[in-house]
Design a protein around this ligand. Structure first.
Ligand code: IMP
Ligand code: MG
Length: 180
């Protein structure tokens, strides 16, 4: 496993190896294969963070899917709910579809909570979230049923799609912010 790395002003230590990330993603894909057998779900990938997760997950899928990419920015602002801005929305009708949302990490849950409220108005048949990572200690918002590959402590992570101020998305492993 690689050593401590530096991105901008911060140091990060190895946390999850690529091979273990892939094993976790394969488990999620197996769940999708059995749960959605006989159906054609619409997979919605939340960019930018989920780009690698999405690409690897579909390699393990054995059912037909459609796929759409959305881009959402969330601003904490001053109110308790914050503000969620859908920069690029879904370009395929979602009414009566089984929706699978792919997210890199559920932190507070704010982004997906707001996005799912928006999707529910369009009357999909079902919504389920698959997230690579989740910080269970800090989730504050209610979400549809969520399946995660790894629950992790409340510490900032980078790599495999996740960035620190633009850097780190290209890393094959996931790193955790080092103790300073
Ligand atoms: P939430 O809306 O609070 O759940 O935050 C979700 C978004 O914040 C994720 O999709 C990430 O883009 C970003 N985020 C949350 N935690 C981390 C982290 O530890 N590293 C990198 N990005 C993170
Ligand atoms: Mg994200």
């Amino acid at each position: 496993m690689s050593q401590t790395i530096r991105l901008h002003d911060k140091h990060f230590t190895p946390y999850l190896e690529h091979v273990d990330i892939l094993a976790g993603i394969e488990r999620l894909a197996e769940d999708i294969n059995s749960r959605y057998s006989g159906r054609v779900p619409l997979v919605i990938s939340v960019l930018n963070g989920a780009f690698r997760f999405t690409a690897d997950l579909v390699t393990f899928l054995e059912i037909p899917i459609e796929i759409a990419f959305v881009q959402i920015a969330s601003y904490a602002g001053t109110s308790s709910t914050g503000e969620v801005n859908i920069i690029r929305g879904v370009d395929i009708p979602v009414r009566d579809r089984d929706l699978i949302l792919l997210e890199d990490i559920v932190d507070s849950g704010r982004t997906l909570h707001h996005f799912c409220s928006y999707l529910e108005k369009e009357q999909p048949r079902s919504i389920r979230i698959y997230s690579l990572l989740r910080k269970p200690d800090v989730v504050q918002f209610t979400l549809p049923e969520t399946t995660v590959a790894f629950d992790i402590p409340d510490r900032f992570v980078v790599g495999y799609g996740l960035d620190y101020d633009g850097l780190g998305r290209d890393l094959n492993d996931i790193y955790q912010l080092a103790n300073s």
